[in-house]
Design a protein around this ligand. Structure first.
Ligand code: ADP
Ligand code: ZN
Length: 768
């Protein structure tokens, strides 16, 4: 009996429960497991099951079941008998074939469970259908001749009609009323007169139309540099196929215009474009730049509510959006006809996720472009050393915009050496006389000022001058920061809060001191020293409420704020032509982190913040206060010398076998029991050491040890975090293949003791 005959026979004559299964599904669960589990698919589910859908299946002991993703279907029965699926949960697959392959690659590369990856990439809101509603839309009827009717129209009706005609597409009724500044009357009248029609459409609840009200400017005339970049890019876009470009363009050089052209080009070919930007840059201004120029835009990022995110996700999946703009997780947008990926500010650390799966959004984007066989464009004023290295060895094509648009110069950068400041009586001030003078000059001339201080809070450490006690978190090895507005002492790592104290908890002396400078204290000082000017602060504390970011930026743009101070939030990507002075209060803050990327980060941050100055016709300058003016990160950022910085830093990285020359993996072992953590870290590091020294190979010689190095174990820089003791070590490997080979041999053989956990971070960014 053939398979088909058998299937027909059984399906018509035997009850479903007794039939022999002919279809099997491989299912992965949200677990750190490397393999899929096979289940029989009952006939009643044959129609419904598909790869990329979620299923409920028995898992674990007893009759427990769990939700997993179906990743493969096959008709050959496995060797041993298997359990049957309980249910198929989705009507439509949540994942395209490309996304399945991409997530499979991620599980391999980052060594985590495929199910863990899938669970992280499909937003919760996409798994249900909440967040849609029906709205009334109005559009002009094109056939209706103007002459016949215009005499009969009131002025209001006339202006509504003009709005509709200019839009050339349906507008949601209430939005139309808002735009025309009228009630429902004139709209109803137009419908009655046969000049417009109304229909209802089911839309996602949260697609905001508000931004459409502004009219974006059309394509600009490219300058010579932009034109030569475009000449290299255009053929690749027309041709399709994988091609990675690195666009290195100084701040204000018009990179966005290149992105927009590239996007328009692929949209014209009926394809979709994905634009990834750092979370911080997802401002209405950014989104606005794409809307209007590029058709329907969907926005994906983690601050959206579930339903809202689900709504955008479905719009993308059903092909209703031509452009998808989003942060890291947008790389998983379920676009079916992707033609281009753009990653703006590709050097940003926020593209790396610091929970499982610990992926880097840019790297996953490059892999996605490879899988989909499409071009990818990475852009930055300060490319990461990894990407620069890839360009140098020909993996990426380097495109350069060396100058700002319209012959605007890069701002002049001056350094203020804090070591040579005359000592002041009274409390130390954050802003030196030189910076104060420059601020006053700029403000008097009608310019706006930005001040960067990359530390939130009021006082950054609280210490007792008598016994030296420093108030630290109960759960972490970190000094608490005093936040005056909320009147709490706060741990910036775990969020632990405690009431501020007057007496030293250690020696009882009542003179405990609140020292160190955070943005809150800076704001108080600036308000005192600049009376009559409007000062606003932008940091993690003031920007908690959704929309507050956008509100402050809008007010700043309108000139309602004179001085905007804040953390790195103010440094990135903003284009405010009236900013004539940018001040950096303390450039050294990030320099002394125990992290091989600290010099690169400082250089990037200073270059980025300097790039905010002088974007308008009146020019601008930058003043950087520092205790280390000769440090290459600071001196070369001041000279706008990316090439010089990269050359110096590359030499340093090469010498120490750091990325981009070698690959890194970081293993962190943690436990509430210090001994247990220490013992397991030793054991694990030892296992790696042994794997590197294979025993005698062939007769005669010792095998050469693999060129992979184990650094550590040692206490992690933040030794105690959230109540856990942490040890870590690193693997340094000349190639990713070798790194993976060693990880795959060593890790599965380990038994992790109870009460101990370990995490693996491939290509780590957080070294604390
Ligand atoms: P970047 O992203 O490189 O920092 P932007 O794309 O924000 O630079 O461009 C800076 C400003 O220059 C924007 O206001 C943009 O509209 C303008 N601009 C870009 N290209 C041109 C051009 N060819 N001619 C005139 N203005 C331009
Ligand atoms: Zn803490």
């Amino acid at each position: 009996m053939t398979d088909t005959m058998q299937r027909e026979l059984f399906s018509s004559e035997t009850p479903a429960t007794e039939q022999k299964a002919t279809l099997f599904a491989d299912v992965v669960f949200d677990r750190p497991l490397d393999h899929a589990f096979t289940y029989a698919v009952g006939v009643e589910l044959h129609e419904r099951i598909a790869v990329g859908k979620r299923v409920r299946a028995p898992f674990g002991r007893g009759d427990k079941s769990e939700i997993g993703y179906c990743v493969r279907l096959c008709e050959t029965a496995p060797e041993r008998s298997v359990k049957a699926l309980v249910a198929v949960l989705d009507d439509q697959p949540l994942l395209t074939d490309h996304l399945l392959r991409l997530t499979r690659w991620m599980a391999d590369y980052y060594l985590c469970g495929w199910g863990q990856v899938l669970n992280a990439v499909v937003p919760a809101g996409a798994r249900d259908k909440s967040g849609t509603r029906t709205l009334a839309f109005v559009e002009a009827i094109p056939e209706a001749a103007e002459q016949e009717t215009s005499s009969a129209l009131t002025a209001k009706q006339q202006s509504v009609l003009e709005l509709l005609r200019r839009a050339g597409k349906p507008i949601e009724q209430r939005q139309l009323a808002r735009q025309a500044k009228c009630g429902p009357g004139p709209i109803e009248a137009l419908i009655l007169k046969g000049l417009a029609r109304r229909f209802s459409r089911r839309v996602d609840r949260f697609v905001d139309g508000a931004a459409e009200e502004e009219t974006p400017h059309g394509p600009l005339v490219l300058n010579d540099d932009q034109q030569s970049v475009w000449n290299r890019l255009e053929p690749a876009l027309k041709q399709g196929g994988f091609h990675a470009f690195l666009l290195h363009g100084v701040t204000g050089s018009g990179k966005t215009e290149i992105y927009l052209r590239a996007i328009e080009e692929v949209i014209q070919r009926g394809k979709e474009a994905l634009v990834m930007v750092p979370e911080i840059s997802l401002t209405p201004q950014t989104i606005q730049r794409f809307r209007g120029r590029c058709g329907e835009v969907a926005v994906l990022h983690s601050h959206l509510g579930n339903a809202e995110r689900g709504g955008h996700w479905r719009r993308v999946a059903t092909g209703q959006a031509q452009v998808i703009v989003g942060a890291r997780s947008a790389v998983f947008a379920p676009a079916n006809r992707l033609g281009l990926i753009v990653v703006d500010e590709e050097h940003e650390n926020t593209f790396k996720q610091d929970t499982t799966p610990r992926y880097h959004g840019r790297d996953v984007a490059v892999m996605r472009a490879r899988l989909e066989n499409i071009p990818i464009l990475l852009g930055s004023a300060t490319p990461s050393l990894e990407s620069w290295h890839n360009a140098e060895r020909g993996q990426y094509t380097l495109l350069t915009l060396p100058q700002r648009v319209l012959d605007r110069p890069l701002p002049q950068v001056g350094l203020i050496d804090l070591r040579h400041q005359p000592p002041k009586r009274g409390r130390p001030l954050a802003v030196s006389d030189a910076l104060e003078y420059a601020m006053k000059t700029s403000l008097k001339a009608g310019g706006q000022v930005m001040l960067l201080l990359n530390r939130r809070g009021f006082s950054t450490h609280i210490h007792c001058p008598s016994c030296g006690h420093i108030e630290t978190c109960r759960f972490c090895d970190l000094a608490l920061t005093y936040h005056k507005e909320r009147d709490v002492m706060l741990c910036h790592y775990c969020g632990y809060e405690q009431e501020p104290q007057r007496n030293c908890p250690s020696c009882g002396l009542s003179a405990i001191r609140y020292q160190g400078l955070g943005t809150e204290k800076l704001q108080v000082e600036i308000e005192e020293r600049f009376p009559g000017y409007v000062v606003r602060r932008m940091d993690g504390d003031t920007m908690r409420k959704p929309g507050s970011h956008a509100r402050v930026l809008a007010a700043f743009r309108k000139g309602l704020i004179h001085i905007l101070l804040g953390t790195q939030m103010i440094a990135k990507g903003l284009d405010f032509p009236n900013v004539t002075l940018v001040g950096v209060v303390n450039a050294d803050m990030g320099l002394h982190f125990p992290d091989f990327r600290s010099a690169e980060r400082t250089f990037q941050l200073l270059s980025q913040v300097a790039g905010r100055a002088g974007r308008g016709p009146q020019g601008g300058r930058v003043l950087i206060q520092t205790f280390a003016p000769e440090h290459p990160s600071i001196a070369l950022a001041a000279a706008h010398d990316y090439a010089g910085f990269v050359a110096a830093e590359m030499a340093h990285r090469r010498q120490h076998n750091y990325p981009p020359f070698q690959r890194l993996a970081r293993l962190i072992v943690r436990s509430r029991d210090r001994e247990a953590a220490c013992a397991f870290a030793d054991l694990l590091a030892d296992a790696f050491q042994r794997a590197l020294h294979p025993s005698i190979q062939s007769k005669g010689g010792e095998a050469t040890p693999l060129e992979l190095r184990v650094l550590g174990p040692a206490e992690a820089p933040v030794f105690r975090l959230k109540g856990y003791y942490r040890y870590h070590f690193q693997l340094q490997s000349p190639s990713p293949a070798l790194l993976h080979q060693v990880l795959r041999t060593v890790l599965p053989a380990q038994r992790v003791p109870n009460g101990v956990e370990f995490t693996l971070d491939v290509d780590p960014f957080n070294m604390l």
